[in-house]
Design a protein around this ligand. Structure first.
Ligand SMILES: C[S@@+](CC[C@H](N)C(=O)[O-])C[C@H]1O[C@@H](n2cnc3c(N)ncnc32)[C@H](O)[C@@H]1O
Ligand code: SF4
Length: 373
């Protein structure tokens, strides 16, 4: 089996696993996912076991964070999750792992599953609640309602999880500011350690984009900015630190895995469609779970493409990702003249030799990053 992974020698500290299955397909989602059936679930688990062992043998790893994302990892059965957790414990050295996240959907949570995750080493839950309004959840095609969302949060707390993040979406079709405030309020009351708030994006090849193009949905910059400001103000008042454009956390609960991505650290991705980045190389696994499983069972590599990262590409990523985080970017990475113009316009500021977004800059982060490139 050949893979791009064999070339570089620095130890990799971050591992992502893409679980490609969901109970239902949300009409706005562009991540690689499919419904799958029980044979697909089993074939995926077998293939992941092969890929994990292969990665552990061939790549120098000193794992500090693991992220099981998707898709919906919790759609797998309790037994399948238990067996994958055991496999990871046998395959990888987990002694340095301080954060192991799993993305969970309220529709596929039970007390038994939560207990298995907790005892199997998962330390952090990222719970996709999205909204607390049943009519908006219906529009989003979610399999859960607000009552189930609250119940799943309680289940994870009772299972002993002390690091739970809640994902919410805003600027949804028909969503009012009052509804958004109420959603934030209801989230704050639960006291999660972490809250992500994502502005709805109309992604390519989604039903939502088709509806947007037919004129059924509208997106306005002013509305999005207002919703964003409401989140910033309410969550900061509630004691959450706005540590990245879409992310808020209690002190000590920033996502270490995501912070590693944002600062450009190397990571290995397992599972169909997963990206890995090591040194100047980025590669992606095949975006087809059956072909992924077939290749691994036949002893073939699941890598579909390899890309060389140039200095210019790495710099552009460092600026775009760094600027979104409260760390900002090193001032010597960007031209002083552009930066000074943006300082004068009130969009960025200098802090300890770094350039950071101001409050006004956070509203137009992507354009500011472009100006700095
Ligand atoms: C990888 S997704 C999946 C997590 C999980 N399956 C779920 O749906 O709850 C992570 C987060 O991305 C956000 N997301 C997905 N599609 C989005 C879109 N088109 N616009 C904005 N946020 C989106 C959702 O908040 C979701 O919780
Ligand atoms: S948003 Fe989550 S549950 Fe919905 S289709 Fe995407 S990955 Fe699956």
């Amino acid at each position: 089996m050949n893979s791009a992974a064999a070339h570089n020698s620095d130890a990799v500290r971050h591992l992502y696993v893409h679980f490609p299955f969901c109970a239902r397909i949300c009409p706005y989602c562009a991540f690689y996912k499919t419904r799958g059936n029980s044979a697909d679930f089993a074939a995926f688990c077998d293939a992941l076991a092969i890929e994990a062992k292969y990665a552990a043998e061939r790549i120098s790893l000193k794992l500090e964070t693991i992220f099981w994302g998707g898709g919906t990892p919790t759609v797998l059965s309790t037994e399948q999750l238990a067996s994958l957790l055991r496999l990871f414990a046998q395959t990888f050295d987990l002694r340095r792992v301080s954060e192991w996240t799993i993305e969970a959907n309220p529709g596929s949570v039970s007390a038994k599953k939560a207990a298995v995750l907790r005892h199997g080493g998962i330390t952090r839950i990222s719970l996709g609640i999205q909204s607390w309004e049943d009519d908006l959840l219906y529009l989003l095609g979610r399999e859960h309602n607000a009552r189930q969302a609250e119940e799943s949060f309680r289940i994870f707390r009772e299972a002993g999880f002390e690091n739970i993040g809640i994902d919410l979406m805003f600027a949804l079709p028909g969503q009012t500011e009052a509804q958004w405030r109420a959603s934030l309020e209801r989230t704050i009351v639960l006291e999660p350690e972490h809250i992500s708030t994502y502005c709805l994006t109309y992604e390519e090849d989604t039903e939502f984009l088709a509806r947007f193009e037919r004129g059924e949905f509208h997106a306005e910059d002013d509305t999005e900015a207002r919703f964003f400001q409401i989140a910033m103000s309410m969550l900061e008042t509630a004691g959450y630190k706005h540590y990245e454009i879409s992310n808020y956390a209690r002190p000590g609960f920033y996502s270490r895995h995501n912070e590693a991505y944002w600062r450009g650290a190397d990571y290995i991705g397992l599972g169909p469609s997963a990206f890995s980045t090591r040194g100047n190389e980025r590669w992606q696994n095949i975006e087809d779970h059956r072909e992924y499983a077939r290749r691994l069972s036949a002893g073939e590599s699941p890598t579909a493409s390899i890309e060389k990262l140039t200095r210019a590409m790495k710099r552009a990523e460092q600026i775009a990702l760094g600027l979104r985080s409260y760390h900002g970017v090193p001032a010597n990475l960007v031209a002083a003249s552009n930066t000074n113009d943006l300082v004068e316009a009130g969009f960025v500021a200098y802090r300890n030799g770094r350039v950071v977004l101001t409050h006004a800059g956070k509203l137009v982060a992507d354009s500011v990053a472009e100006e700095l490139l």
